[in-house]
Design a binder for this molecule. Sequence first.
Ligand SMILES: [Zn+2]
Length: 496
Amino acid sequence: MKIQQKLNQVIRKYHNSYKTSEIHNMAGIVVEVKSAKVLAYAGNTYEKANDHANKVDIVQAYRSSGSILKPFLHERMLSEGQLLPKMLLPDVPYRDIKNYSELYEGAVPADEALARSLNIPASVLLGRFGLTKFKNELKDRGFTQFTKSSTHYGLSMVIGGGEVSLFELAQAYCNMASNLNVKTDPYKFTLLNYTQSSSERRRKKAVEPYATYLTVKALKEVVRPSSEVGWQNFEGTGVAWKTGTSHGFKDAWAVAITPEIIIAIWVGNADGEGRPGMTGTKVAAPVLFDMLDYFRPLAQFNEPAAEKKAVEICTRSGYFRSEHCESHSVEVYPSFLADGKLCPFHRTLYLDTTLQYRVNSKCYEVSQMVKKKQFVLPPKLAWFYQRKHPNYFVLPPYFPGCESGQGVIDLIYPRELSSIYLPVALDGRKQSVIFEAVYANRETTLYWHVDEKFITESKGSHRVALNPLEGVHKLTITDAMGNELIRKFEIMPSKQ
Ligand SMILES: [Zn+2]
């Protein structure tokens, strides 16, 4: 059977089953990775009466993307060294964004967050990456409908705030797969060979092939939700896939990525009518898996060549190991990932002999203190995390009389913490503001944290340059004997 016949047959089969649930339209496209040629194309379902706009070519229609664009952000951030494969990302209610399940786990490793398609970690990543930068990234990848200002889309850009066509999706995923293909020049973006003309190529910002490899790996190896019916049949094969569902269950997407072919499926109603529970996982993925069956045996993606080095990774946080981490493993990472940030979640705590209280040198005999390296999440993350991880160690209170060791460390600059303006250089770039702490013993090291994230350490003069974003922040400075200083400060919009 020809590929086109198979696609027609699969679409007909699922159309017959879905129309009883008032889901009337479907589209699919199969693309060969090495040539960027369209091997099969089904623009819609067939209904003789044509009651449901069955003659509209939905492969070319623009619809809300749901989660289907998340891998492109993940891939780019890995490539730029802004993300590590197992780095913990926040998973707590964030602005007006919700996870599909409306459940939150406090913190989730990046690869798992992608495989499970959690909205919060993806939105947090987009915030870190930058809205305009991601909008340009999507344009570079051939998505034509992101024409409004980046603030119009906001963080929802990566979870369905913009529109894509099935054709554009197949094209972008085809380029992702070809980035892993040694025979293809990774610096070029190939347009699908849809018309009679030969495939066009244009310059595009390179993505490290190993970043693509790690993204694809996350999409195929991490344990999938049990609701993804049919994936078990493809476990261990070379296939990776991503699903997406738009707001209001209007669009169900599923894309399969293999070294040789890309299959992209859309299911929904052409008139935009949503159906409760109509998700990419439930209705588009079965069509995808049925179609994939045709292409067995599926080739495996080869690990691309990359300069690598051994790095020490914190077992608990997935960040690079800091001196406070309890345990770590040695991993071989591509060198573009190898200068990431140190684990921000481990701290060295000083406890009393019963381990029930935190203590410091002001209130407790230093020789009696018990030093403990401990995984400590910021309070909001910890609240959700401990419900999922009952063994989570809750930060103990201070020993009576210790009162957080205040007074041992003091901040002398800036004097006014309620309204700090970052100085602006002649070229318009914001500069840092200097914070200065005093401590009786100049030889002692102080550890600086902003919003519970470790920033740097100081010794001697205790002068540190910080440039946080506009807004209210929490500064915590600690020493090695449990003393700390906590201050809130606010960065104001810059004066031009
Ligand atoms: Zn750690």
